[in-house]
Design a protein around this ligand. Sequence first.
Ligand code: HEM
Length: 537
Amino acid sequence: AQRKTDPARDEKDQQLERYRTDSSGPLTTETGVRVEDTDNSLKAGERGPTILEDFHLREKITHFDHERIPERVVHARGSGAYGYFQPYESMSRYTCADFLSDPSQRTPVFVRFSTVAGFRGSADTVRDVRGFATKFYTRHGNFDLVGNNIPVFFIQDGIKFPDFVHAVKPEPHNEIPQAQSAHDNLWDFVGLQPETTHMMMWVMSDRALPRSYRMMQGFGVHTFRFVNADGVGTFVKFHWKPKLGTHSLVWDETQKIAGKDPDYNRRDLWEAIEKGDYPEFELGVQIVPESDEFAFDFDLLDATKIIPEERVPVTPIGKMVLNRNPDNFFAETEQVAFCTGNIVPGIDFTNDPLLQARNFSYLDTQLIRLGGPNFQQIPVNRPLAEVSNNQRDGYNQRRVHRGRTNYFPNSLGGGCPYISDDTEGLFRHYQERVDGHKIRKRSDSFQDHYSQATLFYNSLADWEREHMIAAFQFELNKCDEKSVRERVVANLNNVDHEMAVRIAKGIGVTPPEREVKPNHGASSPALSQANTAMDTI
Ligand code: HEM
């Protein structure tokens, strides 16, 4: 049945209404010619050959032949929903972002939840990170908060992302195994790249087995920047907290569910929204004044680190309600294009080298995935803010630009955009002072790979530790190369000796003999706090 739409519900819904079609009229070709018969091709005689002249046959089959587009290179499997975001109070002290300025204003959103490693048709309940990407259709343009359900990441610099994803995905010669964590290549990469340790602890925890997309936290991961109307910047980390609380499945359940209902999380989200049981998430921020940039024993630009909430509490600033399922999976959930580079006035980047690479990567991949430079015109991606520029033509151009001129400056005018003196909604890049030598080097402040992994381990309840150790044993037992298993255990010995010994015993590796003082990196100021944490074990 056609899904009901209330055009009064929100502006995005009204915009989409212009593109919806129910295809309920008499059958026609794409050129609008009515078709007499779609069961029998045109033949020369009842039992004769099919005739090339049959334009309906050719069009029907050609269109079918071209139905597939490339799946996302990562996060291929996902589920989406529309809704709205509403702030609790004005955040204008920190940011001039319009959608955070007025508690009576609701901003339409589209959210896509995803797994990372699997293919488009893979099971939902695998051990994996979950994507949590939100597009805010603000009055001043689209803002995309492209986060995950885990607050840190595997690598510190985006230049390692292709290596990391190659190692996570099935091996290139035989495309086995599909399960990301049970994987020689992955563990080989992990053992050789100790910066993955903190994230791997989270991935081996029950956080990687969410019970429902409605019961997951979300994190922007990077340190971003708020910028207020006076141009003053403040560091900010974004957090989503689910109203239903954060819940996980246990490993055994995930295995059974994957067999019985591979669409488990997708179905749960869809059905909850259809029933009117709308998922809600609270947006929170950790705010750090610029003067405190170096006040921490880790680097704010290092995406493998959290800012502990004891140091900087999370302040709730608004809520998001997901209240409408998409009409068409392909048109909306598959064609939605998120990018960390999509920011609006009041929000800006930091120099986090992972974030900088992401800003390039998403747009680049979407140019091929969505067929050229006009994918922002796809209905789900269209901003509510007005679009006016001199960009023209290209594959899948849907606009009919009028006027004689398409360049700036021009004096002949007519239907041409211009630079306005009006500052309403104007994006101005944050004026950060940057200066340095061109070098390929990672800051020494990024060198501590273990102390936050230890803090995470110490924060777990006994049963959570048991689950994590069992997970490491299960996954590493699938790893054929003993040297790979040994290297991972040696890394884990820097996190917690007893944990490393137990994992080693479960995977046929000689347990490490002694506790190793973590290699926190000689010049890292993280040393003192991390050592305190380790000493109290
Ligand atoms: C897709 C999150 C790191 C490249 C995604 C998606 C999410 C996400 C949620 C799915 C978006 C959707 O639902 O359509 C993250 C987070 C990261 C991270 C939280 C680290 C903090 C990276 C890095 C790169 C990258 C370092 C590359 C340098 C991609 C690409 C896609 C993707 C190419 C597919 C986009 C598309 O086809 O539309 N990521 N990612 N990601 N990510 Fe990331």
